[in-house]
Design a protein around this ligand. Structure first.
Ligand code: PEP
Ligand code: MN
Length: 361
């Protein structure tokens, strides 16, 4: 072996040695970074601290004696900082709380003796908007007689036009409570303002966050602060991932009782109000442990295909179906075109049940 080869080998040995030392130091640094991550998590401090990062880089550059350029030193250390930050955030970023990987078993939401997400499926029915005591009582009685305990009705209506009926507001929530108390029913109603989340819990059993508010992050955070179950609808143009991340906001905030609803998405198709994305059902069931429902009314916007769509939803693994029912749809103050009257609802319910696809409580 020539002298040159020997020198090269020796130098390489030295490098290998330094690599091992660097690795050991990097690992030691990473463990400390993880500990800092835990402390920050406990104190609710953001993991990323750009000011501290700049200070560390300045300090390093001041001590740089070469031969690396300052910019190279900065670049190398930024990589190290980034890897440490990833390590701190790894748990939350890679495995979401709503993910099936995080929790293998299904989340079952229990409300006044009704189970959502358990072995049975649920039918949620009721008017688009709460309009009067008589209207609610009529629908509620018909539902109760049909063996259905969960009634929907909007009090705060997010309408496309500001000139359309905006809902009865708190008055509507009070009517829901009155009828629910009289008939021993479970109620679902949409809340659109973060400030109303806590108050709503006094009147209704399940808070709906509607499609238009799926990414209203302040509303999602407020929903995370209460124990009331939240039914979260997929946004008009939201991807499945965006729906899952919206649900994560609520669960990460401290409320594990989240139910997802596929309610159709915007596509170029005009023969339905929205396009029912049936594939979202098995994907959401696979990816998350949350109950998944399908709103057949808002997804289709038409009454003539509700039965096959409900059957498809149930066959795809949905934990239940939502449908709009009004005693006199022609005079309804919202969604008059798409609501079933009570007779039509009975027919719908009968056909869904006799399909054998609906597992009853
Ligand atoms: C509703 O369920 O009353 C409603 C407005 O639905 P979406 O948010 O899905 O449009
Ligand atoms: Mn409606």
């Amino acid at each position: 072996m020539s002298q040159n080869s020997k020198d090269l080998e020796q130098l390489r040995d030295q490098l290998d040695d330094i690599n091992m030392k660097l690795l050991s130091l990097l690992s030691e640094r990473a463990v400390i970074a993880q500990e800092i991550g835990i402390v920050k998590q406990k104190q609710g401090i953001p993991k990323y601290d750009p000011v501290r990062e700049r200070e560390m880089l300045e300090e390093l550059v001041q001590h740089n004696e070469g031969p690396f350029e300052d910019s190279t030193v900065k670049h190398l250390f930024k990589q190290i900082f980034k890897a440490s930050l990833d390590l701190q955030q790894e748990d939350h970023k890679k495995i979401l709380l709503v993910s099936r990987k995080k929790q293998q078993e299904n989340t079952i939401v229990h409300v006044k003796g009704v189970e959502i997400g358990g072995s049975a499926q649920v039918m949620i029915a009721g008017p688009c908007s709460v309009e009067s005591y008589d209207q609610l009582k009529t629908v509620g009685t018909a539902l109760k007689d049909a063996g259905i305990r969960v009634m929907r009705g909007g009090a705060f209506k997010p309408r496309t036009s500001p000139y359309d009926f905006q809902g009865l507001g708190i008055e509507g929530l009070k009517l829901l409570k009155q009828v629910a108390d009289e008939l021993d029913m479970v109620t679902v109603s949409e809340i659109v303002h973060p400030g109303h989340i806590e108050l709503a819990a006094n009147y209704i059993d399940i808070i709906q966050i509607g499609a238009r508010n799926m990414q209203n992050f302040e509303l999602l955070k407020a929903a995370g602060q209460v124990g009331v179950p939240i039914v979260l609808k997929r946004g008009l143009s939201a991807t499945i991932e965006e729906l899952i991340l919206a649900a994560e906001y609520i669960v990460a905030g401290g409320n594990p009782n989240v139910i997802l609803i596929e309610r159709g998405i915007r596509t170029y198709e005009k023969w339905t109000r929205n396009t029912l994305d049936i594939s979202a059902v098995p994907i959401l069931k696979q990816e998350t442990h949350l109950p998944v429902l399908v709103d057949v009314t808002h997804s289709t916007g038409r009454k003539d295909i509700l039965v096959p769509c409900a059957k498809a939803a149930l066959a795809a693994g949905a934990d239940g179906v939502m449908v709009e029912v009004h005693p006199d749809p022609a005079t309804a103050l919202s969604d008059a075109q798409q609501q079933l009257n009570i007779e039509q609802f009975h027919d719908f319910w009968h056909r869904v049940k006799s399909s054998g696809l609906f597992k009853e409580q």
